[in-house]
Design a protein around this ligand. Structure first.
Ligand code: 13P
Length: 267
């Protein structure tokens, strides 16, 4: 598990959440071009882990391409069912994702919490399902603008994370994504200081529930209007270990530049 770099630090993790964009043919062209762009730029994949999260229907194509061309990219799904099999029309089992070599799965994205009414109980059940099938859950938490005004930045993300991981065994490998709802797709990112402040609290939750060793190894990402122009600020914060990128992950030069944050900002 590439959770630490050669220097023993947590490996930065830059993830692209494609949401409902790119069909399976487009996904092949996109991943090929992204890999070429990173190769041209001589990216050291030991120093940053890169993952894409395409729609379900693209996963088989992405898997085949990455495996055939031995591309140093990871991939995962954007959601999974809390159930393993059965009469659940339209659902996708963690077992199916594992069979496609998915390593990660996004859980509890604010768009699923809001548009699909997924509460903390569903998020916890999906997190458990991911772990049960050997997938690393990328657990998303974040406050709305109203929560921010009422409770400050940390209270809601902290409560959401506690609910999501309370049932996991100590030492479980997870990724946490702090995505303030008001920052998603708005062009208005949080400040690096706010992301750091919340990341510190989230790491404390991981330490409490999964143990200090897991907390030290867990990557905590920031998401919400991340671009090449603001990634450096986030990556300079000691507790922010990467980014979950939406819109900007669909633009190859822009996403490639975010991935190469170390080169262009000298962090
Ligand atoms: P944007 O980067 O488009 O703000 O989206 C963030 C996000 O929701 C990633 O999961």
């Amino acid at each position: 598990m590439a959770r630490v770099t050669t220097t023993g630090a947590r490996t930065p993790f830059i993830a692209g959440n494609w949401k409902l964009n790119l069909d399976h043919l487009q996904s092949i062209a996109f991943v090929q071009k992204l890999a070429w762009s990173l190769k041209d730029a001589r990216l050291d994949f030991n120093e940053v882990e890169v993952a894409v999260f395409p729609p379900f229907t693209d996963l088989r194509s992405v898997q085949t391409l990455i495996s055939a061309d031995k591309l140093p990219l990871k991939f995962g799904a954007q959601d999974l069912s809390e159930h393993d099999s059965g009469a659940y029309t339209g659902e996708i089992s963690g077992a199916f994702l594992k069979a496609l070599d998915c390593q990660y799965v996004i859980i509890g994205h604010s768009e699923r919490r809001t548009l699909h009414n997924e509460g903390d109980d569903v998020v916890a059940a999906k997190t458990a399902a991911a772990v049960r099938h050997g997938l690393v859950p990328v657990v998303c938490v974040g406050e709305t603008a109203e929560d921010l005004e009422k409770h400050g930045p940390s209270a809601v993300p902290v409560a959401q994370l506690k609910a999501a991981i309370a049932g996991l065994t100590a030492g479980t490998d997870i990724v946490v994504a702090y995505e303030p709802v008001w920052a998603i797709g708005s062009g208005q990112a949080a400040t690096p200081e706010q992301a750091e402040q919340v990341a510190v609290q989230l790491r404390a939750v991981v330490a409490d529930l999964l143990g200090q060793e897991a907390a030290d190894a867990t990557r905590i990402l920031y998401g919400g209007s991340v671009k090449s122009g603001n990634i450096a600020g986030f990556m300079r914060e000691p507790n922010v270990d990467g980014a979950l990128v939406g819109g900007a992950s669909l633009d190859i030069p822009e996403f490639s530049s975010i991935i190469r944050f170390q080169k262009h900002v000298g962090v």
